[in-house]
Design a binder for this molecule. Structure first.
Ligand code: ADP
Ligand code: MG
Length: 913
């Protein structure tokens, strides 16, 4: 039974300030009745006067005609629908050619005022107008029209006003202070998101639909758990075929319940999901948790459409459930693991099986959970939503994520960058190997993303990415129990068995931790024969009291930021209460520097040692696990030590020139392609990228004349000739590059050689002055369809592939990214001035990166750029070879407030475990 019409193409769903979902789309001729209704019954006389600047009876009809006429190029319209009601409209007329300014009009139905409809419509209209090249919105408003003035004031864009006889002319530049605007949009998005999630994450009442009388069915199991788990509100059962279930009344439908549940849990067969979801929506349910798996594409589309039309947030399908330990809620709506201990860790997983494993390990360790969400196929609610919720729930101080795919990684990274400053955000980097990626694709119907891009995302967002569940728990266990080390992260390794100490020291070094030298006089605190070169060997004879004193002395050492104590039980020790472990158990957990233990006789990967002060110390069975956890803690300390870095904003980037070059090329090559060297140079130079002078020579004579002129500018008076033909890839390999040409005859004979070798293919040659030698670098950018532009810096020139020395960051780059990209390179010593050579102009290298980042961010059509080499020298950097690829790509604003689109592909199979 399908009730919902298919959603129209181009429809976006988004949240109002109070969390209500509205759908936004272009207004068409079919909407005439709705628009006229909005202008007449939707508005009071006063509102109508504000909108139409008077009381004309015909104005609403004329305005309706304008919006609902045949589509025009010069008119952009957007309507916001709540359910089937048109609640607001925003439109603009593009005034000049090319459109620079657009005249804006905006109206919201009276009873929908103060819910953010106008602001949301404006954000979407700004997005559409920017794509059309509009740079200013202008609007007239009556001075008394306070709500319109407030909308403009709060928008986050600089608004200029001019007052004239009771009217205000408002002018809003659309291309200024992007970051400020994005921040304002983000803040609104965050609030709306949190408001919309309350029904899901703090429900006052719950219904389970699809509860059979049979114990052990999914619906029944979840209902029992909700009731037995002490849920603080009513939990109703819906089953058309039963009057009572487990001794309590059951209801035939959601509509027949004694109240409207905030949250409905769906455990019905896939075929029934669309109809039940629609029924829930009609009844006024605010959130759905869909446990059912195996929905077909059509069922998925219908499910999501019902959620959007009826303003319900959705977890799943294919979810294992959710749990909240907040005593005010106490909701255990999941099937699988045990109800988690109350605590402060927020857990969100895509795979239910991973979720259960994670909850079990946390419970075993004694780390409590604030909330658990099994996201399943993630049609709607995603990791981003959870981060935003935990950020403000007042309970969560540790976020644990297991994500196999990203819907909107740029929005996720933006949220994570903020949240990681408040709490550790840990993730398992899933799908690292090719095999892992295949698994991810078939498992949750989401194409996993390539490793480098994902790692880069995690690093830039400050997320602690671990290699598996065990490493995640090992690291969470440390971060939860111990303070962070100082950012330097220098480790002192102490053991009562020399061999173990050496293994631990190796593991620390492999994890990238530094082991400082320790003062020799510390040895006097230990038994004879002890060694205090780091790793410290206390000998097996060490007494608990001696170890206690020694650790205390170590903690006071300036060189030490963290301590790793590795203990092996000895016959000597366990006898007569001389076990050195007592030094840890009888000491405090709270110490001046963090401490972790490795106990070689321990059976589990990590457990907590209860200490004298009531705190705990993490104890590991494996030195490598402990070392990696400490390295993650050090990385987090470094993140927090650095202030957030602003986005790099290179001066002198001419967007208008670049736009016309890109559009010009794509008009002539609708499929996209590699522009010729001169178009390439024009585009790169419009963003201030330093290209060497290149002149195009179509024939031998031009080549000779040009080379004579350019050669004079070149290093040692020499010129370079490069043969060109469309579609060429590596020029040197093909014999198409000749450097160091001096004099007319060399140039002439080189051109003749080109003609002989390349024949009819040869389109001409590029003539350049010879650049002075320097360090050859590769700088480039690739657009990832999902993650956006990735900027790459590496060792360049003809040895690029051999050296494979590269680093990457997702654009837009921050100022710090510019610096760390350079220091990431193994080649860095060459740049810093190796063997007495003067250092190269690093500011010039950073400027290249910043400009590439900006260009690729502004132009998603730039799908590839390869500047190789950029020759870096003490007096600057210059690129002698650039290739770019342009493709038609709609510009996509990852920060536009919108919910996920309908029709994700359904996952085959049932819950993956
Ligand atoms: P391709 O990368 O297609 O083989 P390039 O234009 O990068 O061709 O040239 C190959 C190499 O030649 C460069 O790595 C650089 O070492 C050298 N080279 C090219 N153009 C110049 C120039 N104008 N000045 C100095 N060296 C150059
Ligand atoms: Mg090259």
């Amino acid at each position: 039974m399908s009730t919902a019409p298919a959603p129209r193409a181009g429809t976006e769903a988004a949240l109002l300030a109070d969390g209500t979902t509205v759908r936004i789309r272009t207004i068409t001729a079919d909407d005439r009745k709705a628009v006229l209704g909005l202008y007449t019954t939707g508005l009071s006389d006063e509102s109508r006067r504000m909108r139409f600047f008077g009381v004309s009876r015909t104005a609403p009809r004329t305005a309706t005609d304008r919006l609902c006429g045949p589509p025009r190029d010069g008119l952009l319209t957007l309507g916001a629908w709540a359910g089937d009601e048109l609640v607001g409209e925003a439109d603009c007329e593009l005034l000049d050619e090319p459109p620079q300014t657009a005249e804006l009009a905006l109206v919201v139905a009276d009873r929908w005022h103060h819910r953010g409809v106008a602001t949301l419509l404006l954000e979407h209209l700004i997005h559409a107008a920017r794509q059309r090249g509009v740079r200013f919105f202008e609007a007239d408003a009556l001075t008394g029209n306070r709500s319109v003035h407030k909308v403009f004031a709060d928008l986050g864009l600089p608004v200029r006003r001019r007052y004239e006889q009771g009217e205000v002319r408002v002018r809003v530049p659309l291309d200024e202070s992007d970051e400020h605007y994005r921040e304002a949009v983000d803040e609104r998005g965050r609030r709306a998101d949190v408001a919309s999630l309350a029904a899901l994450l703090r429900p006052a009442s719950v219904a389970v639909v699809g509860v059979s009388r049979r114990e052990g069915s999914v619906g029944r199991a979840v209902l029992d758990r909700i009731r037995n788990g002490g849920f603080t509100g009513p939990a109703w059962a819906v089953n058309p075929a039963a009057d009572t279930i487990a001794g309590e009344p059951a209801y035939p439908s959601v509509g027949a319940l004694p109240g409207v549940p905030d949250l409905a849990v769906l455990a019905v067969p896939a075929a029934a999901v669309p109809a039940v979801a629609e029924e829930c929506g009609r009844a006024g349910v605010r959130a759905l948790l869909v446990l059912t798996a195996g929905l077909g594409a059509e069922q998925s589309g219908q499910l999501l459409d019902s959620c959007r039309r009826h303003s319900m947030r959705l977890v799943g399908p294919n979810s294992l459930g959710i749990a909240h330990t907040d005593p005010a809620v106490r909701l255990d709506a999941e099937f699988g693991g045990a109800f988690p201990l109350p605590g402060t860790a927020g857990v969100a997983v895509q795979s239910g099986g991973v979720g259960i494993a994670l909850l079990e390990r946390l419970a075993w360790l004694g780390v409590g959970v604030s909330g658990f969400v099994s996201l399943g196929d993630k049609y709607d609610v995603s990791g981003n939503d959870l981060l935003r919720w935990w950020e403000q729930d007042g309970r969560t101080d540790l976020a644990l994520l297991h994500l196999e795919s990203f819907g909107n990684p740029r929005a996720f990274a933006r949220t994570a960058r903020r949240v990681t400053r408040r709490m550790p955000v840990l993730t398992v980097d899933a799908g690292r190997s090719e095999a892992g990626r295949r698994g991810a694709a078939s498992h949750t119907a989401a194409a996993a993303t390539p490793t480098v891009v994902r790692e880069t995302l995690f690093r830039q967002a400050g997320i602690t990415a671990t290699r598996g569940i065990d490493e995640l728990v090992a690291t969470a266990g440390l971060l939860h129990a111990q303070p962070l080390p100082a950012p330097r992260g220098a480790i002192a390794v102490v053991s009562n068995a020399g061999g173990i100490g050496i293994l631990a020291a190796d593991a620390c070094a492999e994890a990238g931790l530094e082991l400082p030298e320790l003062p020799a006089e510390l040895a006097r605190l230990l038994p004879p024969g002890a060694g205090v070169r780091n790793p410290v060997d206390t000998t097996a004879a060490v007494l608990p009291a001696e170890l206690t004193l020694f650790l205390r002395a170590l903690e006071r050492e300036e060189a030490v930021d963290a301590i790793l104590v590795c203990l092996v039980p000895t016959a000597l020790g366990t006898a007569q209460g001389r076990d050195p472990l007592r030094a840890l158990l009888e000491g405090p957990a709270s110490r001046p520097v963090p401490l972790a233990a490795v106990l070689l006789d321990q059976q589990v990967p990590i457990r907590y040692l209860a200490c004298a002060d009531g705190g705990v110390l993490p104890a590991y069975s494996d030195v490598a696990a402990a070392a990696r956890a400490l390295a993650h803690a050090r990385d987090r300390a470094r993140l927090l030590a650095e202030p957030p870095s602003p986005e790099a904003e290179p001066p002198g980037c001419d967007r208008a020139v670049a736009r016309s070059l890109v559009d010009g090329y794509l008009d002539a090559h609708p499929e996209g392609g590699w522009p010729d060297p001169l178009t390439t140079a024009d585009l790169l130079e419009s963003y201030g990228l330093p290209l060497i002078t290149s002149v195009w020579a179509r024939d031998e004579h031009t080549a000779v004349v040009t080379a004579a002129g350019l050669g004079r500018l070149g290093h040692e008076g020499k010129a370079v000739l490069k043969a060109y033909w469309p579609g060429q890839v590596h020029k040197s390999e093909a014999g198409a590059v000749r450097t160091g040409l001096a004099g007319e005859s060399e140039v002439r004979s080189t051109y003749r050689e080109f003609t002989r070798s390349f024949g009819a293919r040869l389109a001409g040659a590029v003539v350049q002055p010879m650049a002075a030698p320097g360090v050859e670098l590769l700088a480039g950018v690739v657009q990832d369809r999902v993650f956006g532009p990735l900027v790459v810096l590496g060792a360049g020139g003809t040895a690029t592939e051999v050296l494979a020395d590269r680093t990457a960051r997702l654009a837009p780059l921050t100022e710090r990214d510019l610096t760390t990209m350079v220091t990431d390179l193994r080649t860095e010593p060459l740049l810093a001035g190796h063997g007495g050579a003067p250092p190269v102009d690093l500011a010039a290298v950073r400027s290249v990166l910043a400009r590439l980042s900006r260009l690729a961010t502004d132009f998603p059509e730039l799908v590839e750029a390869d500047l190789n080499p950029v020759i870096a020298r003490p007096d600057g950097a210059v690129c002698v070879d650039a290739r770019i690829r342009l493709e038609p790509r709609p510009s996509y604003d990852p920060y536009l407030r919108r919910l996920r689109r309908p029709a994700p592909v359904a996952a085959p199979g049932r819950h993956g475990r």
